[in-house]
Design a protein. Structure first.
Length: 125
């Protein structure tokens, strides 16, 4: 090899080393940016998880309260149905009694009419 060839080879090697240094620096920059973004992502992920868990806890609390309220409503509805049945039974009994009283009133009125008729007939004689 001639000096010129050796000089060109040395220049090529130096150029390659310089390019490699630049590429290595670029890779380091990319790695730094990637690590920075990864950190930001992890921070946002942690914030999201906190918000999500808070909302999930609130939803679970609401669901538990809703379940209790629903059970209370079921009990109250059953009590209402029971009371309504008692009221219907009482109304039926009252209606039956009213029918009997009405029937007795009619019978009594008929008896009174008959007695008045007899009394009038007796007074005429």
């Amino acid at each position: 090899m001639t000096n010129k060839e050796i000089q060109k080879l040395i220049e090529f090697i130096i150029t390659q080393q310089a390019e490699m240094s630049v590429k290595h620096a670029q890779i380091l920059d990319i790695q730094f940016e990637t690590a920075k973004r990864q950190g930001e992502y992890e921070k946002r992920q942690a914030e999201f998880e906190i918000k999500f868990n808070n909302k999930l806890d609130a939803l679970l609390d609401w669901q538990a309260k809703f379940s209790i309220d629903l059970e209370d409503l079921r009990k109250e509805t059953k009590e209402f149905r029971d009371d309504l049945k008692k009221t219907k039974d009482t109304l039926k009994e009252t209606n039956d009694i009213l029918k009997q009283v009405s029937h007795l009133a009619v019978e009594t009125s008929e008896r009174v009419d008959k007695l008045e008729d007899k009394l009038e007939d007796n007074e005429k004689e």
